[in-house]
Design a protein around this ligand. Structure first.
Ligand SMILES: [Zn+2]
Length: 288
């Protein structure tokens, strides 16, 4: 026990010397002093010549707090500076996270968003009733996505307003909006607030649905026309396992001496008039 106190004393001496640096060790020393003062205040006095009365113990604690404060301020100083800098550059997310909206503010935003959406739906554009457009949008974003599309107006609306008004998560709203953007039906404008936070305002462009539809139809028409030409210009041959082996054109059948290149069974001429008929119908539908 006595040896223990002795080592503690030497340790404390060392610690007090370094305490001038006001670093983490200083904090540790005051901790040790405090615990030893409970057991033996006299000893503590001896090893701590700077302290002249037991009342200093209180002061010690307060000075420890002061050190802690200093350390923390000292430590936090540059870190805080960096974070401020970062915010100034544009990592505004931090600000948004810190400035959490109160429940009342949130409720107000929701009410306003719902009002706006109600107004938009009241002036719902006619084109959404069009079956062709509806089918197209359905193929792009699905049913939930169509609801989002219906709430995007000719006037701008932010994805946050859409999320609040539709009780959907903002990331889900954005997923649909980006899909609609990809096919060119909506456009967006990015606005940067004073806090550096970006808001995206979306706008509907129904006239672009026509463009998108024409583009898709154009691709389909090209495809069907090529297929039809091939069917008309060629004679096809098949084996008995048509489903598995497929068809070959006359030139290829000749090369293999009218034997299937897969199962080696005999190849026979196969009528493709029903295929041609089907392609003609598809084309007519696309061009209408
Ligand atoms: Zn075959």
């Amino acid at each position: 026990m006595a040896r223990g106190i002795k080592t503690m004393r030497t340790r404390l001496k060392k610690i007090i010397k370094t305490s001038k640096r006001k670093n983490a060790i200083a904090v540790k020393s005051s901790k040790t002093l405090k615990s030893s003062s409970v057991k033996s205040p006299v000893k503590r006095m001896k090893v701590s010549p700077r302290k002249k009365s037991p009342s200093k113990t209180v002061k010690k604690t307060s000075s420890r707090k002061a050190i802690l404060r200093k350390v923390s301020v000292k430590g936090a100083g540059p870190i805080r500076k960096i974070s401020v800098k970062k915010i100034a550059v544009g990592t505004s997310k931090k600000i948004i996270v810190r400035k959490k909206k109160t429940e009342a503010e949130k409720a107000k935003i929701k009410v306003l968003a719902k009002k706006k959406l109600k107004k938009i739906r009241a002036n719902r554009p006619d084109f959404l009733e069009d079956k062709k457009y509806n089918e197209f949008l359905l193929s792009v974003v699905g049913e939930e996505g169509i609801e989002v599309a219906e709430n995007v107006s000719f006037e701008e609306i932010s994805d946050v307003e859409l999320a609040e008004g539709m009780d959907l998560k903002a990331n889900i709203i954005r997923k649909y909006l980006y899909a609609l953007y990809e096919v060119g039906v909506v456009t967006y404008r990015r606005h940067r607030s004073k806090t550096g936070w970006y808001t995206y305002y979306w706008k509907l462009h129904p006239e672009r649905i026509d463009m998108a539809l024409n583009e898709i139809a154009g691709k389909d028409i090209n495809y069907y026309e090529t297929e039809l030409r091939q069917e008309r210009e060629n004679q096809f041959f098949t084996c008995k396992n048509r489903e598995e082996c497929g068809r070959v054109i006359f030139d290829h059948a000749l090369e293999t001496e009218f034997r299937c290149h897969k199962c080696e069974k005999k190849l026979e001429f196969t009528d493709n008039s029903n295929i041609i008929e089907g392609l003609e119908k598809d084309l007519a539908r696309l061009k209408s």
